[in-house]
Design a protein around this ligand. Sequence first.
Ligand SMILES: C[S@@+](CC[C@H](N)C(=O)[O-])C[C@H]1O[C@@H](n2cnc3c(N)ncnc32)[C@H](O)[C@@H]1O
Length: 497
Amino acid sequence: MTNIHLPDIGVTMALVASLQASLPDFGRIVERFGHPAPALRKLGLMHWENGRFDTAARTFEAALSLAPEDPNLWRDLASVYSASDRDEQALTAIRTSLDLDRNSAPSWQALASIADRLDAAETAEEAYRCTIALDPKASAAHLGLGLLLFRKKHYQEALDAVRASVELDPVNGLAHFALGHLSFIVCDFAACARAFDEAARLTLELDPPTRQKRARALTFQAMIEGRVREALRDYAAIAGEDREDLDIIARDAFSVLSASGHLEAAAEIGRMRLAEQPDDPVRRYLLDAVLGRSMKAAPTDYIEHTFDQFAPQFDSRLVETLQYNAPREMAKLVAGHRSGFARMLDLGCGTGLAAADLQPLGDHLIGVDLSSGMLAQAQKRGGYGELVKAEAVAYLEAAQHRFDLVFAADSLIYFGDLAPLMRAAAGALVPGGLFALSIELAAGDGVILQPSGRFAHSLAHLEAAASDFTILETVESTIRLEAGRPVPGLYIVMARR
Ligand SMILES: C[S@@+](CC[C@H](N)C(=O)[O-])C[C@H]1O[C@@H](n2cnc3c(N)ncnc32)[C@H](O)[C@@H]1O
């Protein structure tokens, strides 16, 4: 307790005497309780309520000098410290309170709020959970936990916690506001619009980005209900001065509705968009994907267009928003098998996210990608001995020198049947060379072209295609988030026989 100094008992008693002389109410409380500490506590609470935080803190400190075993006094002291930004002292005080009584829900709640303010997420999360365990009706703890999980991007759990808080305290505008944003992420658009309307009714004037989200939610919901054309027609009236470009709304509606499984609505939007630009390879391919048309791989013009456009936002979108971490995780797996590679190939290298983790594993690193936009980002990032614009299978088949590591993070998702790629990789690897790759996992035995335009593969398909390889390790993992939900995948390390 080095950062909190309680006054001497003598000093406190002198204060008590002068308060008794000057404040008759104070004297009456002392008499009623037969002890000055409760009177000091009441006085401290009064100072606190009136915003006199320093005086309140000194009064609680005085009370504690007489009753140092009172957990409630320590909690009060923690709360006024926290209100006056004395966070470290607040932490000490609330921990002392909990050492004296571990079964107090308000004290765990106070610890959670203080830790949250200090960005000590783990402590805060545990403390919110303890609060809820002791008092399941503690709406503020459910909300605090929900907001914390929201920041951690654990959207489904966050949604459950915020929903619980709204049920317990339906007049908290902030809870409805958070519910609106979370419902949008998990594509529950009807709930999103309702929650924003409730937040606006109760407390908050919605900010422009939230108003835009509400207009999108109403539009997407109407589309899900089968009114695609009407929804697009009505969008401008719903969004008013916050309206966005209608083409962007249609594009985003297509991708959100296809990702969330509303394929009929997505297909109708896809057809409308293709009719506007019949030669656009991205619109054509994605409509084919939503309609479930089978194909061997994503067409190269689709890959080029998509990733050239996406390249400048790729890193922030994938890493920060979608929690993509495959390159680092896969490089760690490879390093667990061996390092000291002479020639390494990053196949579908994209913006070069893997370079920093691959470089220490060997001498020469080559990156290959179809998209010049992505290659330009990889060039800026550095780490490659060579960067080559080429199609993956064509490059492997034509490679002059063999590799001892081929690394493909999140690029096999653009191939359907993996057999041609596996054959080409086997041909480009020295015997014993490693092939590290990731796939999105398909249920069942085969390959699925998903509405997102990405292929998911079963392990059975991969094993059949990789007959020239011995599988050394497979690790189940979340590849990234989609519509707020984790996308299940596999990291695999194989050796060329
Ligand atoms: C999702 S990104 C992953 C990029 C990078 N490997 C990473 O982990 O950040 C997929 C990349 O694969 C590339 N790609 C897809 N199909 C390809 C193909 N047939 N040949 C070469 N590159 C391809 C795309 O251009 C894109 O840069």
